[in-house]
Design a protein around this ligand. Structure first.
Ligand code: 6PG
Length: 227
């Protein structure tokens, strides 16, 4: 078990959280590209990160060196409005010059098992990630790692069934692989996340608490932090 060295940052508003994450991502990209010639970024799904993606779409960066992965994807038809990759594309990826061959979508339309098998090789070739962006659900889930779900902890990518958050079938990078990253940043905003934040900070064994990287930063707004 790695020591818990999570750094907690409480900012006034959701916009402040997005700005802080945006800056951290650009800084991480500059360092990664300077040191290793590439920047391997894992995008979060859900709605919270959209503000960050819209800021990134306006940024001036060496996009030719960026490599994009997804922490999870919903098993919906390709192009479906509810897919995490569609949101990221509309808010960010369709507006910058990252080569399409460097954006690694999860083929979730194939169903959980097939898509997980395929994405395992992608993740294996990518590790370690430079920066992993994650959200958190009201139950303390992250990516598509849900409380009470059993997975083979050695897997790099899981097939997910019976997700309590629709749709029921998903694909998720595993806690092990998400933690194999130089930096992990959680974005958590809104009063509806207060209870899960409180449980996490009190040591509850939630999926968010199992992403064990050397550098984990949680950026939350005042509404999400009970104080
Ligand atoms: C998804 C996400 C999920 C999300 C959290 C938070 O597919 O929905 O991967 O893990 O990050 O549920 O969602 P919000 O940002 O919309 O609150």
């Amino acid at each position: 078990m790695k020591p818990d060295n999570t750094q907690w940052h409480t900012l006034a508003t959701a916009d402040d959280v997005a700005l802080a994450a945006y800056q951290r991502i650009l800084d991480a990209a500059l360092s990664a590209i300077a040191e290793r010639g590439q920047f391997k970024l894992v995008l979060a799904g859900g709605t919270t990160p959209e503000k960050v993606y819209r800021l990134l779409a306006q940024a001036d960066a060496d996009w030719s060196k960026w490599f994009i992965y997804y922490g999870d994807e919903r098993c919906l038809p390709a192009g479906h409005a509810e897919r995490n990759s569609v949101m990221a594309g509309q808010a960010f990826l369709d507006k910058v010059g990252i080569p399409k061959t460097q954006v690694f979508a999860i083929s979730a339309e194939l169903g959980p098992d097939q898509a997980a098998i395929q994405y395992r090789q992608v993740v294996k070739d990518a590790l370690p990630f430079d920066l992993v962006l994650l959200g958190m659900g009201e139950d303390g889930h992250t990516a598509s790692l849900f409380p009470g779900h059993q997975h083979n902890s050695d897997e790099l990518v899981h097939a997910v069934y019976n997700s309590p958050k629709p749709p029921p079938e998903r694909v998720s990078i595993s806690a092990k692989a998400l933690g194999d990253a130089r930096q992990v940043i959680f974005l958590i905003t809104g009063a509806n996340k207060q209870e899960a934040v409180k449980l996490w900070r009190s040591g509850q064994d939630l999926p968010v608490a199992n992403i064990l990287s050397n550098n984990v930063d949680v950026y939350m707004d005042r509404d999400a932090y009970q104080g």
